[in-house]
Design a protein around this ligand. Structure first.
Ligand SMILES: [Zn+2]
Ligand SMILES: [Zn+2]
Ligand SMILES: [Zn+2]
Length: 246
């Protein structure tokens, strides 16, 4: 079973429109386009569980693949845009969400094939023996992180958060997590009430102490000072296509 990232960047993606920084130029040269943060778990039978559906082309990538469920972290465009096309699927698709009555655009007005199901904090769903638990996070909108348990691994997908509530932190600390992915959208010099930076994210990883920790949801502007100084952090920023066997 593999867990792979469709994108690990922020809303603007890398390369960012009309940005000519070193990172964006290098991405253009290499033909890389790293879009907003989304990931998927591929089951042994080839079907997938999506964690966010951040961009339109998710429908193309999985066009003939069975989607067992979408676990949506929150209704910001960079995480749910893909549902706009997926809702026209011939199959019904279960989409687990935090209790956000506003949603995004007309997704709730025209649900079509998407069956939205609200998860309460720490509620879990089991799919083919994989347990997935909703873990509340603090962001500018109601947001869940997800922890999933396969036969061999425990993985935490914690995108988009400015902080982790005490109950969620206690839950995460009580698990033996193999791989933890966390929002580190900014450098510590940038003040934000919506996202962590690589310093506050590192503190959380240290407190939770998973076997492996990784940073996600960065823009080129976040990565640029690291790129220029060749500075490496305690935990790495990962790129689109990053995958682990779970
Ligand atoms: Zn750039
Ligand atoms: Zn967000
Ligand atoms: Zn986001």
């Amino acid at each position: 079973m593999k867990f792979e990232f469709l994108g690990t960047a922020d809303t603007g993606g890398i390369p960012r429109h009309q940005c000519h920084c070193m990172i964006c130029e290098e991405a253009r040269t290499k033909g890389i386009n790293n879009r907003s943060t989304s990931a998927f778990l591929e089951l042994d039978d080839g079907s997938v569980i999506l964690f966010d559906a951040g961009y339109d082309t998710v429908c193309d990538r999985f066009n003939t693949t069975r989607i067992r469920a979408v676990f949506l972290t929150h209704f910001h465009a960079d995480h749910c845009l893909g549902l706009i096309r997926l809702r026209k699927s011939v199959d019904g698709i279960n989409c687990y969400i935090p209790d956000d009555t506003q949603g995004f655009g007309d997704l709730f007005m025209h649900k079509d094939s998407i069956n939205y199901q609200v998860l309460e904090p720490f509620e879990s769903i089991e799919i083919e023996g994989i347990k997935i638990v909703a873990v509340p996070l603090i962001h500018s909108k109601l947001t869940h992180g997800y922890v999933f348990f396969t036969k061999n691994n425990v993985v935490a997908y914690l995108t988009d958060c400015a902080s982790i509530p005490a109950a969620s932190l206690a839950y995460l600390q009580s698990q033996t997590i193999d791989h933890l992915f966390i929002d580190a959208a900014y450098s510590p010099s940038f003040e934000s009430k919506k996202h962590l930076n690589w310093e506050s994210a590192r503190e959380y990883i240290d407190q939770i102490s998973p076997k492996n920790g990784y940073f996600i949801h960065a823009s080129c502007q976040t990565l640029l000072p690291l790129y220029k100084s060749s500075k490496s952090l305690k935990y790495p920023y990962i790129d689109k296509g990053f995958r682990i066997e779970v």
